[in-house]
Design a protein around this ligand. Structure first.
Ligand SMILES: *Cc1c(COP(=O)(O)O)cnc(C)c1O
Length: 315
């Protein structure tokens, strides 16, 4: 398990390339939830998602160890984050994407000057390709979540939150592979254990919830959820002990509830958040958290939504 000092070191490593994102508030959202609700706005982070925090911490380390380029297997927020950070630190990045990647995701990676390698349809095929490319010539693979430096980087959100808000009762965090919640749990529970941390998964991607019940990593069959950042089918190896040790609860939200939360935040707060982050707002709106008149922080992990996907969610 990582410790608070790892998260503090990560903050020193990344503060120059990562934005301290604002906290947003809305009376309408608070009223609808029956609590004081604050949004930690990582959708306003550079590259539009928190992934850059972990990626920056990890890429700095591998560059320090002599890597001449980095690779990653992801057409989503992780791929963009790695491309962005590599450019910032002056090294090359090759991002391995599916053969059928959608055009605007490619464009986002290319905008950060990331090289593209198309490969296959399954995540494991692409990870193998990223590893192969790295091993061919002094490169390093940057994993999306199952790595101590990635987890520590994501944990910097927890440190920032404790600086920004004096009174927090509950922090609500989305769970995909689990790097984000593991980092936030480490930071918050080691500094202020009275703050509750609740994880949220889509009902159809409840691998962490089931693994916690079973007391062991358990994979589920393929997931179909609009929250594309939360489609992991099993929790990362490093995360389960951290979540088991610290988490107060894991709750589930339905696809309709996720879409409703995207619409509510767009309509009432004029903020475009992606479904993977909207799970936290859905949990607050649909009373999954079981709190009343409390100060609740929903972590808004990102805002990258394909516009055609957005249009489908509006009806
Ligand atoms: C990656 C991602 C998540 C999930 O983070 P994990 O560390 O994999 O649990 C949630 N929201 C968004 C927007 C993401 O990009």
């Amino acid at each position: 398990m990582i410790s608070l000092s790892d998260v503090r070191v990560a903050r020193e490593n990344v503060f120059q390339v990562v934005k301290a994102t604002p906290i947003l508030q809305s009376a309408q959202l608070s009223n609808r939830c029956g609590n004081r609700v604050f949004l930690k706005a990582e959708h306003l982070q550079k590259t539009g998602a928190f992934k850059i925090r972990g990626a920056a911490n990890k890429v700095k380390q591998v560059v320090g160890k002599g890597a001449t380029f980095v690779t990653a297997a992801s057409s989503g927020n992780h791929g963009q984050a790695v491309a962005y950070i590599a450019k910032k630190l002056g090294i090359r990045a090759t991002i391995v994407v599916p053969d059928d990647v959608i055009q605007n995701k490619l464009a986002a990676i290319q905008a950060y000057h990331g090289g593209i390698e198309k490969c296959g349809r399954t995540p494991s095929e692409r990870l193998r390709r990223a590893e192969q490319l790295a091993s061919e010539g002094g490169g390093a693979v940057i994993p999306p979540y199952d790595d101590p430096l990635i987890i520590a980087g994501q944990g910097t959100i927890g440190l920032e939150l404790l600086d920004q808000l004096d009174e927090i009762d509950i922090v609500v965090v989305p769970i995909g592979g689990g790097g984000l919640i593991s980092g936030i749990l480490t930071a918050i529970k080691e500094i202020k254990p009275s703050v509750k941390v609740i994880g949220v998964e889509p009902e159809t991607a409840n691998d962490t919830c089931i693994s916690l019940q079973n007391g062991a990593i358990t994979s589920i069959s393929q997931t179909a959820t609009v929250a594309d950042g939360l489609r992991a089918t099993q929790p990362g190896n490093l995360k389960l002990p951290i979540v088991q040790h610290y988490v107060d609860d894991i709750v589930l939200v339905s696809e309709e509830q996720i879409k409703d939360a995207v619409r509510f935040v767009l309509e009432r707060m004029k903020q475009l958040i992606e479904p993977s982050s909207a799970v936290t707002v859905a949990a607050a709106i649909y009373d999954k958290i079981g709190a009343c008149e409390k100060n609740i922080v929903c972590v808004i992990s990102g805002g990258n939504v394909d516009l055609s996907q957005l249009a489908k969610m509006m009806v």
